[in-house]
Design a protein around this ligand. Structure first.
Ligand code: UD1
Length: 393
């Protein structure tokens, strides 16, 4: 059986890595005759090139030990139609050449939908990993990508029961829906020990540099990520958020690995004055809002583990903080991951300055939202996916 695994943008890499590992494990079992009922899977890795900077792409291949892509489409940035259309055109050529039995797409980026659409038009089955998530906000490009990919996929692998409910409500036949858990959590659990060895705290001056090596405590800091068009493409929204952050940063340093899109917008709107200049290798960092280059997977994970709390508009970070038990303030009006609110440490604060400040102050006062990790987020989701794919043959 021949598969194509598709990756495109930063949040895809940690989702495909465990799938690739699970395929390898399956093949090893077949090879060593531990599994005599199934045959090997032959997988081709395609990178569409939606993200292309070292910090947005290659460092994740290194950190997550993902093999070099077999095929790189080099599509790059553009408007939604340009990006989606160009991926479709280039991916269709790959499909003609490779003739796979199944295409696996992950997440909700433009390339996810583009590759799914090119495949089903050629009657090639599609598996969607992270299916069924809904923010119910159709102004988000990701929501459109999720809805359309799920409508045409043949295998819908969901991370949580709410996703199953969404799909059933949309009329997706139940025999296509498989609750497998969260592949992003597979990556997190698999890489936790490795991440703990990262020296990013020391590099950023977030560790009290004591004269002995015995007791190196990180100083408190909050971590921030921000890249949603609704937050960063609109001057007023971005300004509101930065006002809140400025106030919070008088109580705790805020570290902000900045997405290229956000960096551009801050420069475009002339909002650079909100930031404190980051002096590399300071012994300890002072109060302020510091932006730094985007980080790799392991460095960011280490920063998350030691942070007092996280403010974000990312999807995956809402899940990761729930697993790690770190307070998370989500700077959005909606979330497609409601389980992180119901069960986890996540709180929606919109992009409302007062709300952001109020919730951050509560955390600083020690009033933390308690949460727990959904049971099925156990690090075995990708193995379940591969078991289902091979059993279907
Ligand atoms: C994309 C996804 C979003 C995901 C995010 C994670 C869509 C619609 N959006 O958003 O769901 O949360 O990735 O990062 O698919 N750029 C660079 N270098 C890069 C990539 C992008 O400088 O390697 C800049 C370009 O100016 C580009 C802009 O970022 O125009 C936006 O990139 P794009 O891929 O369109 O969307 P993201 O905002 O990254």
């Amino acid at each position: 059986m021949k598969l194509i695994n598709v990756v495109a943008a930063r949040p895809n890499f940690m989702k495909i890595a465990p799938v690739i590992r699970a395929i390898k494990k399956h093949n090893n079992r077949v090879h060593s005759s531990l599994d005599t009922h199934h045959s090997k899977l032959y997988a081709v890795l395609v990178h569409t090139g939606q993200h292309y900077d070292y910090e947005m792409s290659k460092v994740f291949f290194e950190d997550l030990e993902i093999p070099v892509p077999d095929i790189y489409l080099g599509v790059g940035s553009g408007t939604h139609a340009e990006q989606t259309g160009n991926v479709m055109i280039e991916f269709e050529k790959v499909l003609f050449k490779e003739e796979p039995d199944l295409v696996i797409v992950v997440g909700d980026v433009n390339s996810t939908l583009a590759c799914a659409l090119s495949s089903v038009k050629l009657h090639i089955p599609v598996a969607h990993v992270e299916a069924g998530l809904r923010s119910f906000d159709r102004t988000m490009p990701e929501e459109i990508n999720r809805l359309l990919t799920d409508a045409i996929a043949d295998f819908l692998f969901t991370p949580s029961p709410d996703a199953d409910e969404n799909l059933k409500r949309e009329g997706i036949p139940e025999d296509k829906i498989f609750l497998v858990g969260d592949v992003m959590v597979d990556s997190l659990l698999f890489n936790l020990d490795k991440a703990k060895k990262s020296n990013i705290l020391r590099k950023l001056g977030l560790q009290k540099e004591l004269s002995t090596d015995r007791c190196q405590l990180p100083t408190d800091y909050a971590l921030l990520t921000l890249h949603r068009p609704s937050n960063v493409d609109d001057r007023e929204s971005l300004h509101n958020i930065l006002e809140a952050l400025k106030r919070i940063s008088t109580e705790i340093p805020i570290i902000f690995p900045i997405h290229p899109r956000t960096r551009k917008q801050i420069e475009h709107f002339g909002l650079q004055d909100y930031f404190t200049k980051f002096e590399n290798r300071m012994s300890t960092i002072g109060y302020g809002l510091y932006y730094i280059d985007p980080l790799g997977y392991l460095d960011f994970l280490k920063l998350m583990i030691h942070s007092k709390f996280i403010m974000t508009d990312s999807g995956g970070i809402q899940e990761e903080t729930t697993v790690l038990g770190i307070p998370c303030l989500t700077l959005r009006d909606t979330t497609e991951r409601p389980i992180t609110i119901k069960q986890g440490t996540n709180i929606l604060v919109h992009n409302n300055s007062e709300r952001i400040i109020k919730e951050a102050c509560k955390i600083l006062d020690g009033k933390l939202k308690k949460g727990n990790c959904p049971e099925i987020w156990d690090g075995r989701s990708a193995e379940r996916i591969v078991e289902i794919i091979v059993s279907d043959r």
